[in-house]
Design a protein around this ligand. Sequence first.
Ligand code: MN
Length: 231
Amino acid sequence: MTQFVLPPRPPVAAPVAGTPARFPVRRVLCVGRNYAAHRREMGGDDREPPFFFAKPADAVVAADDAGDCGTVAYPSATADLHHEIELVAALGAGGQDLSPDEALKLVFGYAVGVDLTRRDLQAGFKAKGQPWDAAKGFDASAPLGVIRPAEGAPPSGRIWLSVNGQVRQDAAVADMIWSVAETIAQASRLWRLEAGDLIFTGTPEGVGPLVRGDKVEGGIDGVGALKFVIG
Ligand code: MN
């Protein structure tokens, strides 16, 4: 057995509906600009296809079995933290260069996630052509709800997020530019996907700022809900 000079860290353990067993998070891939109305609110070009970025696996803040992520610390180095509610696909198997039909077969389940974003840093990086890592992949930047094992077609219904009880984002997952199947197929051309990978599939319009003390709730029809407080 391999000996390590430091104790290896266990993976982030995400809750799964209907079982006390946890989902081990391996990697977090995210899609940018996968809803047309959000692409427009971010000043994007309608002809520009969605694209990928990543967060470290340990950016995930796993919920408890009731979908409560507890307190999420307001991050350093920003004055404009934004919420982005997203459908997350959790992969139970791997593969590469897949067709959309093949890609969908990798999905273990779906969850509600929030892609927290340092919007001010992101705007600066965009202007300078610099990478987004510090705007997107910071500590605790990916609150994640309970994973619901997949049954049949991917979710397509309402996706919403509220702050202190006021709805900020309210759209339909069916309005995605790349479907869940297409998103995973596209990712599989860029990376060899593996069991444990999470894919955040993009946010609809209505993103906006969060401040300390805000109570954030979000949900997706047929998937579940999550909540957390900005601390
Ligand atoms: Mn996002």
